[in-house]
Write a protein that binds this ligand. Structure first.
Ligand code: TRP
Ligand code: ZN
Length: 497
C-alpha cells in the first residue's frame, strides 16, 4: 500500500481510510493525458515506458496489420487503471501476465484496468494483442497512416503511433524499440535503428529492427513496400542505412544523389553539434504523395517531392540536424518546438554558407527584411507558438533568426560552444526553451532574458539589433535574396496530411 504521512488533525479521516480496502483508498486512474497544454489528451499519466517490443505482420494487399506489443514500463503512482493511445482493434490485454479488462474511449484512448491495482514504482509488462486496417481509422477526423501503391508509411508529427502501436504518445516519455515486422516475400519493412536480422518462412520475410537509444513515439517510423536498401559507413564510422522505393520514377536519381550524402552530412554536422548520438543514420524515400520530410530517429522520412526539382541536400541537412536537436535532445512539451525547428533551420543556413550560397547572416538579414512590421509573420512567437501555429514558417525562419540574434549577442566563441554543448548536456533526454536560455546564460556568462523575450516571445517585429543597425550596407536597400533561399523555403512547402 502507498504510505501516507498522517497529520494529527487527520486522525479521524485516517481511521476511516484504514477501514476501506487498501486498493480503493489509495489507487486512482492514470490521467488520460500527460499534461501538455497544446494537446491535453496526448500521452497518459501514471507510468513511464522504457521499451516497446512490437511483433507484427503486415499484408500490403489489404492494409491489415496484426500482432502484439509488449510494453515494459514502471508505474509512477498507485494505479487502479491506465490509458494507452491507440486506434486499432484490441483482442486482449495482459498486465504482468494476467488478463486485464479494457475499453476504448474518446478518439484514441485505450483504457486498461488490471485485475489487481498497481503500486507506485513497480515494473510492469503490458502485452496488447491487436489487429486492424490502419487506413480505415481516424481520430479528430484525420489519419496519419499513408498508403502507397505497394504498402504504407507511418510518419507524422505530432502523432503517428496511434495507427500502428499502443503507446504513451508524448515526447517526454522516451523508450527503446524492437520492431519486428513480417511482410510477404519481395516486400521490405523499414524502421528505426539497425537491422538485426532478416528471416524467411513460408512466403513471409521478417525484418527485425532495433533502436537502442531512447526514442520519442512520434520519431518511431514504419514503412512497408518494395524498397532498395543500401548500406555504407561515413568517413567517421557511422553506419548508414538508406532505403528507396523501387517506384520513385523521375525523382529516383535526385533522391539517391541527395540521401546518399547522409554520411558526409552527418560527419559535417558533428563538427558543429558533437559526435553523432545514434548507432546508425540514414533515410528512406517511399512512394508517398505527401510533401514533407520528418526527422524520424536514425531513419529520416523523405517525401519524393522533396527531390522533384533535383538534388536537395538542404532538406537532408535539416532532418539530420534534428538527430541532435529534437531526437537525442527532445522537447519537454510541444511548446518547446523552437529548439527543434529553429536549430534545424539554422543548420540549413550554415550549410548554405558552406556551399557558398549565402551566409547565415545574409539569410537572417533576408528573413528580417522580407517581413514588414505589419506582416502576421511576426505575430507568431516561436518560443510558444500555440498548437495551431506549431509548424508555421515563423517557427522556422523567425526561429533561426532568433538563433542568429543570440549568436550576435554572445559572440561566435560562446555561440559555437553552446551549439556543441547543448546536445551533450541533455543527450537522450528532454529539455525546454527555459532550460536552453539558462544554459546559454551559463555558457556565455550573459543575462539573456531580454533577448529571448524579444526574439522568441513578443508577437511583434523586433527592432534591428544595435550592432546591425549601424552597418551601412543594411540601411539602404533590402539585402539580395541568397541563392539558397528558395531551396530552403521549399522544405516547408507541403505539410498536408
Ligand atoms: N518536423 C518536420 C520538419 O521540420 C516538419 C513537420 C511538421 C512535419 N509537421 C509535420 C512532418 C507533420 C510530417 C508531418 O522536418
Ligand atoms: Zn524540422
Amino acid at each position: 500500500m502507498h504510505r501516507r504521512i498522517i497529520a494529527p488533525g487527520a486522525l479521524a479521516a485516517a481511521t476511516l481510510l484504514l477501514a476501506i480496502p487498501a486498493s480503493a483508498a489509495s489507487h486512482s486512474p492514470g490521467a488520460p493525458g500527460i499534461g501538455d497544454p497544446y494537446y491535453p489528451d496526448y500521452g497518459n499519466g501514471g507510468y513511464d515506458v522504457s521499451h516497446y517490443d512490437l511483433r507484427l505482420t503486415y499484408q500490403p494487399a489489404t492494409d491489415e496489420l496484426a500482432g502484439t506489443a509488449t510494453i515494459s514500463a514502471r508505474t509512477t503512482q498507485d494505479l487502479s487503471r491506465f490509458n494507452l493511445d491507440f486506434l486499432l482493434d484490441v483482442g486482449e490485454v495482459r498486465v504482468n501476465g494476467v488478463k486485464a479488462a479494457f475499453t476504448t474511449a474518446r478518439q484514441h484512448e485505450l483504457m486498461v484496468t488490471p485485475k489487481t491495482p498497481l503500486a507506485k514504482g513497480t515494473p510492469i509488462t503490458v502485452v496488447v494483442r491487436y489487429s486492424g486496417v490502419p487506413s480505415t481509422k481516424s481520430a479528430y477526423g484525420f489519419t496519419t497512416w499513408h498508403r502507397t501503391p505497394d504498402g504504407a508509411v507511418a510518419a507524422d508529427e505530432p502523432e503517428a503511433a496511434w495507427w500502428w502501436f499502443p503507446s504513451n504518445d508524448h515526447p517526454s516519455d522516451k523508450a527503446t524499440y524492437d520492431v519486428s515486422v513480417a511482410v510477404p516475400d519481395g516486400t521490405q519493412a523499414i524502421s528505426n535503428g539497425t537491422l538485426q536480422s532478416v528471416t524467411s518462412k513460408l512466403g513471409w520475410t521478417r525484418y527485425n529492427w532495433r533502436e537502442n537509444k531512447p526514442q520519442a513515439t512520434y520519431l518511431a517510423t514504419l514503412a512497408l513496400g518494395k524498397f532498395d536498401i543500401t548500406t555504407g559507413t561515413s568517413e567517421d564510422g557511422v553506419p548508414v542505412i538508406n532505403a528507396y522505393s523501387r517506384d520513385l520514377g523521375d525523382n529516383d536519381g535526385a533522391a539517391r544523389a541527395s540521401v546518399e550524402r547522409t554520411g558526409e552530412i552527418v560527419d559535417w554536422l558533428s563538427g558543429f553539434f558533437g559526435p553523432y548520438p545514434f548507432s546508425s543514420a540514414g533515410g528512406y524515400v517511399p512512394n508517398t504523395t505527401t510533401g514533407y520530410a520528418l526527422e524520424t530517429q536514425t531513419r529520416v522520412y523523405y517525401s519524393p517531392r522533396q527531390f522533384a526539382n533535383g538534388s536537395n541536400t538542404s532538406v537532408v541537412v535539416h532532418e539530420l540536424a534534428h538527430q541532435w536537436y529534437g531526437d537525442s535532445v527532445s522537447l519537454k512539451g510541444w511548446k518547446d518546438i523552437w529548439i527543434n525547428e529553429g536549430f534545424a533551420r539554422y543548420a540549413q543556413w550554415l550549410w548554405s554558407e558552406h556551399e557558398g550560397e549565402g551566409t547565415a547572416q545574409e539569410l537572417a538579414d533576408h528573413v528580417y527584411a522580407s517581413h514588414p512590421a505589419d506582416d502576421p509573420f511576426w505575430t507568431v512567437a516561436p518560443g510558444d507558438p500555440g498548437p495551431d501555429h506549431q509548424f508555421d514558417i515563423a517557427v522556422y525562419d523567425r526561429g533561426a533568426l532568433a538563433v542568429q540574434a543570440l549568436r550576435d549577442e554572445i559572440g561566435d566563441k560562446a555561440f559555437f560552444a553552446l551549439l556543441k554543448g547543448w546536445p551533450q548536456r541533455h543527450a537522450y533526454g528532454n529539455a525546454s526553451v527555459a532550460d536552453f536560455q539558462r544554459y546559454a546564460e551559463q555558457v556565455s556568462g550573459k543575462p539573456l532574458a531580454a533577448l529571448f523575450d524579444t526574439w522568441l516571445f513578443q508577437p511583434s517585429k523586433p527592432a534591428a539589433p544595435a550592432a546591425r543597425a549601424v552597418s551601412p550596407a543594411k540601411t539602404q536597400t533590402a539585402p539580395a535574396q541568397p541563392r539558397s533561399w528558395k531551396r530552403i523555403q521549399a522544405t516547408n512547402d507541403v505539410h498536408s496530411r
